[in-house]
Design a protein around this ligand. Structure first.
Ligand SMILES: [Zn+2]
Length: 354
């Protein structure tokens, strides 16, 4: 496994946002951005070592029911030591700290979508326990999956709020674990943008499932509620209208393209993994919108079939993925509405799958 590109350390806030914040005129903001960036780099190095050595396989506890999550929430108490002190285990009553309870609920919502919609037992498909640490570091402006657990910062309160607030952010991060255990898409360039897009798609579906929304009711935003009051923006990303999630003097403008016409070639952000993910994100939105109803049912099923079906290579490009979704739609639903809608959605973003 290639330690430099394996998606074992995936943060919700991409580096281009910190580039802007580090240059912020407010020295306090710039300092917080620099701190978060340094803490991220330290975690990245730690994970790389773990990956090289090989992670221990995680077995569910003896007697654990396959249809129940095994959640544990820890409190880092504003340090960077993981996992921290255990504050809530599976089946235990809510605690005083709302952040702990939100993390616990978000892990449960993600487990439930994968189980109920796709009969998948946890992240690895084998009942893997779900661990999360809250209150990581001071004013830490990020959340991440480190290959074995979730970690949430509190945000600085000026740009970002508590990272446990949006349930789709939790679903996004845990989906990096699902991808790691299935297609294992290389975290660079187009395969990396597909990896990011998988996390946005299923993160949004976790939110939609937990709110019982259909495709037309959903906001299709990633990270709604995460930006502090006063920041000009609705969320981190928009699947419905990539490039419109925020436009702020400090944060800059959402750089996501919606179609291949505006594909961004860059060496930053692992070759634009959080930028060009807007294109497959938008294809999924267009498909779900065309089909209507619950997006996790047919649209989500087609995407899930490709992610877990064994034909998606670690180096897959957008076009490879598009073709596989067309084949998956036909295999599961025949050559009717779903098959037509998948082709139409990809054509609309400039990736005709024929
Ligand atoms: Zn991600």
């Amino acid at each position: 496994m290639d330690a430099t590109t394996n998606p074992v350390f995936c943060t919700i806030i991409p580096p281009h946002v910190f580039d802007r914040l580090i240059e912020a005129e407010d020295p306090a903001l710039a300092r917080i951005a620099r701190r978060t960036f340094v803490a991220d780099a330290a975690q990245r190095t730690e994970r790389r070592l773990t990956t090289v050595l090989g992670a221990e396989p995680v077995a569910p506890p003896a007697g654990a029911a396959a249809d129940q999550p095994q959640r544990t929430v820890y409190d880092a108490q504003h340090t960077t030591t993981l996992p921290g002190h255990k504050v809530r285990g599976e089946g235990e009553a809510p605690v005083q700290d709302a952040t702990v309870n939100r993390a616990y609920a978000g892990l449960g919502a993600t487990f439930e979508l994968y189980l109920k919609a796709y009969q998948r037992h946890s992240i690895d498909g084998n009942g893997m326990p779900l661990d999360a640490t809250v209150h990581f570091d001071h004013s830490y402006n990020n959340a991440f999956w480190n290959g074995t657990q979730m970690v949430f910062g509190d945000g600085d309160g000026q740009i970002f709020l508590d990272f446990t607030l949006p349930v789709d952010v939790i679903g996004h991060e845990l989906t990096h674990g699902v991808t790691q255990h299935t297609a294992n898409l290389t975290y660079f360039g187009q395969p990396g943008a597909l990896n990011e897009s998988m996390s946005d798609v299923f993160g949004s579906l976790v939110k939609q499932y937990s709110l019982d929304q259909d495709a037309h009711q959903a906001d299709w935003l990633i990270g709604a509620g995460l930006l502090a009051p006063g920041v000009h923006g609705d969320a981190l990303r928009s699947m419905k209208a990539p490039g419109t999630a925020y436009d702020d003097p400090v944060l800059g403008k959402d750089p996501q393209p919606a179609t291949m016409d505006h594909y961004v070639t860059t060496g930053r952000d692992n070759g634009g993994v959080h930028i060009n993910s807007g294109i497959p994100n938008h294809a999924f939105y267009l498909l779900a919108d065309e089909l209507g109803g619950k997006a996790w049912e047919r649209a989500g099923q087609i995407w899930y079939d490709v992610l877990t079906g064994g034909h998606l290579g670690t180096q897959a490009m957008f076009k490879d993925f598009a073709k596989l979704t067309v084949a998956a739609a036909r295999a599961r639903y025949g050559d009717g509405a779903e098959y037509q809608a998948v082709q139409k959605a990809w054509s609309q973003v400039g990736i005709p799958p024929a």
